[in-house]
Design a protein around this ligand. Structure first.
Ligand SMILES: C[S@@+](CC[C@H](N)C(=O)[O-])C[C@H]1O[C@@H](n2cnc3c(N)ncnc32)[C@H](O)[C@@H]1O
Length: 264
């Protein structure tokens, strides 16, 4: 039986230092006070001041700390101990308090006994979710009654496309897929050989998993732009700083966001 968590953790540990140096994450600007949050989640999640916020799959904590800068009482969780160590180091360096926990999200109820006003997760997380129904149960478990779940993520439609924008994968195949490509999304030329196991979910899987645990979906929004160069060579940055397809004859759903409430 393959230990997916162990294999994936190894890769995330390897890429943490590469990401910390990358232009995509731009750690220098963040240390100077710039938020790592995109306007979508800032506008849609609104005021977080004084609210407890659990950030699932927080990587090295830039977004967690950005929410903390906005006044949230933030807790970040990630599988990678290298990422969590860097997050804790960053928190000390920029003097912004936040709790960081190194754990597979599925083991989190065993190490975290708290309920939150907000559960947040974003950009590049669903492909690491090996069981979407369990993921939804976990979200509901950590929400207070009346609490908010918010996700902003790459649109599941993109799962069928290769990096050179060709129809390549099956929308309805859940995986796991083995990814053994080189480089990372933050640096395609990085000298790192991949081995990860990833999963794929349809829009319906995501929505139905949350309905299945009794959450009330407030909205699902779809966006024709991305926050990074998802299809290198095929994208350009528009005046708003969004990555859009160069070919204006086609338009694809590149991101989605979803807000759901746990009924009180
Ligand atoms: C794309 S990154 C996080 C996205 C975040 N928006 C960012 O860019 O910093 C995905 C993160 O999920 C973490 N991860 C993957 N599988 C996990 C699991 N089962 N439990 C907890 N964290 C996991 C990885 O270690 C990685 O830091």
């Amino acid at each position: 039986m393959i230990d997916y968590s162990k294999v994936n953790k190894k890769w995330w540990n390897e890429v943490t230092s590469i990401h910390a140096k990358s232009a995509l994450y731009n750690l220098n600007n963040f240390k100077k006070g710039k938020t790592s949050l995109e306007s979508i989640e800032k506008e849609e999640l609104g005021v977080v001041k004084g609210k407890s916020l659990l950030h699932l799959m927080c990587h090295f904590g830039m977004d967690t700390l950005s929410w903390a800068r906005e006044g949230a009482i933030a807790t970040g969780v990630d599988l990678s101990d290298h990422s969590i160590m860097l997050a804790q180091q960053l928190s000390r360096e920029i003097k912004v308090p936040a709790d960081f926990i190194c754990s597979d999200i599925y083991n989190l109820p065993q190490v975290l006994d708290k309920k939150f006003d907000i559960v947040f997760t974003s950009y590049g997380v669903l492909c690491w979710v090996k069981d979407i129904k369990k993921w939804a149960r976990l979200i509901s478990h950590f929400l207070k009654d009346g609490g908010t779940f918010y996700i902003v993520e790459l649109h599941p439609f993109c799962n069928i496309l290769s990096h050179d924008l060709k129809l390549y994968y099956k929308y309805f195949d859940k995986g796991p897929y083995i990814d053994d490509s080189t480089g990372t999304y933050a640096d395609w030329d990085a000298d790192v050989k991949g081995l990860t196991y990833e999963w794929s979910y349809t829009m319906g899987d995501v929505i139905n998993s949350l309905i299945g645990v009794g959450l009330t979906i407030e909205y699902v929004h779809e966006f024709p732009f991305s926050t990074y160069d998802q299809f290198p060579g095929f994208m350009e940055i528009n005046k708003k700083g969004q990555y859009v397809l160069k070919n204006k004859k086609i338009q694809l759903p590149l991101l989605f966001s979803l807000k759901a409430i746990k009924p009180a």
